[in-house]
Design a protein around this ligand. Structure first.
Ligand code: ASP
Length: 341
């Protein structure tokens, strides 16, 4: 009996936290010509705390980002180009915690992380802790395409950016007053242990990501972030870690995560979704939900993910109050923020 009640409670919780059932059922139908799914971070986003103006700005930004990716996919462009350009646009948008608008480290710097993966070739690129590269996602892509490596960090990654002609900026380019004020608030409260997890109550995740399926049936995923407010000691989260924050493989799915990165690294979240599908025979929805709504909930890891599978089905589960998100496919473009949409 208890088990039945628990099951019912869990089912209703999952239904509440899962967005857009209609979109997620797409897998039953024929594969759409293309589809792109994006996120702008998950976290404590309640309707009460959100002003109408702020909500409108976020929705407009998500919609613009989707249009960028969709126009590439509609005209036959690759999933890789769609996720690169969409994430680059979100990096330039100060509303999100990536590129301009990134959160600040304990020392008051912006250290940026990003990664990208091509589901067709399994090639991948990632960068961590860069401070002068305007679009870290373009640098991650350059690492993938122009270096023999997967993961570059810090000054070396920046040298590689300059050598490859990527746009660089003064670190002040990334400054926003809102993120600066958020750091000051956390510093005032901080017990000076440097434990970012102690600040989670104030933390609003804002990482950005995109996953796409193109007309050729190829999948790609990209993720970019400023990390977590008050991070120290060159901390890296999951976003630049292939298999944790980002994963793509044409045989199953493409995944981009957002949330408390330490948990996403420990449980190899993006790769776990893929593994449950390929080794366990789970559907995309089953795999994504099991990881975010069950495993991470049990372990105490807050966050969410977006994913698309090779048949064009999508999943956008999150175990936080909200997640900025949206998708576009032929004839349909939708954005959402809260859990009940
Ligand atoms: N996952 C990111 C990190 O831990 C944060 C986020 O998603 O907002 O660095």
């Amino acid at each position: 009996m208890l088990r039945v009640l628990f099951g019912l409670a869990m089912a209703s919780f999952m239904a509440h936290c899962t967005s857009d059932k209609t979109a997620e059922k797409q897998g039953d139908k024929a594969r759409p010509d293309y589809i792109i799914v994006i996120h702008g971070g998950a976290g404590t986003l309640s309707r009460q705390a959100m002003t109408a103006d702020k909500e409108a700005r976020y929705r407009a930004a998500l919609d613009s980002a989707l249009q960028i990716g969709e126009s590439i996919l509609r005209s036959g462009g690759t999933a890789l180009d769609a996720v690169t350009e969409t994430v680059a646009w979100l990096e330039d948008c100060p509303l999100f915690n990536a590129g301009r608008g990134a959160v600040f480290t304990h020392e008051g710097r912006n250290e940026l992380d990003a990664s990208i993966m091509d589901g067709r070739t399994h090639s991948a690129g990632a960068v961590g802790g860069v401070t002068i590269v305007k679009n870290p996602i373009r640098l991650a892509r350059a690492v993938m395409e122009k270096s023999p490596h997967v993961f570059l960090v810090g000054p070396g990654a920046e040298r590689f950016a300059i050598e490859n002609g990527l746009d660089t900026v003064s670190p002040s380019w990334f400054f926003t007053q809102e993120r600066w004020d958020a750091l000051q608030k956390v510093l005032q409260k901080s017990d000076k242990t440097g434990d970012v997890s102690s600040d989670l109550a104030d933390y609003k995740f804002g990482t950005v990501g995109a996953v796409a399926l193109d007309r050729q049936g190829n999948l790609a995923a990209a993720t970019s972030t400023g990390g977590m407010t008050n991070k120290r000691w060159n901390r890296l989260g999951d976003s630049p870690v292939i298999g944790a924050g980002t994963y793509a493989s044409n045989d199953a799915c493409a995944v981009s995560c957002t949330g408390h990165g330490e948990y996403f690294i420990r449980y190899a979240v993006a790769h776990d979704v893929w593994a449950r599908m390929v080794y366990g025979g789970a559907s995309l929805q089953e795999a994504a939900h099991a990881v975010i709504m069950k495993k991470l909930v049990e372990k105490g890891g807050e966050g969410g993910l977006i994913a698309v599978d090779k048949s064009g089905a999508i999943a956008m589960p999150f175990n936080t109050e909200g997640m900025y998100r949206g998708y576009a496919r032929p004839g349909e473009r939708k954005t959402a923020i809260f859990a009940d949409e």
